[in-house]
Design a protein around this ligand. Structure first.
Ligand SMILES: [Zn+2]
Length: 64
């Protein structure tokens, strides 16, 4: 599990700092455990942080 981003890191705008989530597949295994897969944010690859250029760069296409 990734560590929480430090205050100085930039939070990934795509996942808002929650880069990894467990997705249930439905059903349970023989032990009764919920079957899940772990999905990582494709933008930050599960780190929860983003490079500064990605956070600060805003593509403005509207209003012109
Ligand atoms: Zn992300």
């Amino acid at each position: 599990m990734p560590q929480r981003p430090a205050a100085t890191d930039r939070i990934c705008p795509n996942c808002d700092g929650f880069p990894s989530v467990a997705v249930t597949l439905g059903g349970r295994d023989r032990a009764g455990h919920l079957r899940t897969i772990t999905a990582h944010c494709p933008a930050c690859h599960g780190t929860g942080t983003a490079p500064l250029w990605l956070v600060t760069t805003r593509v403005s296409t509207a209003g012109r």
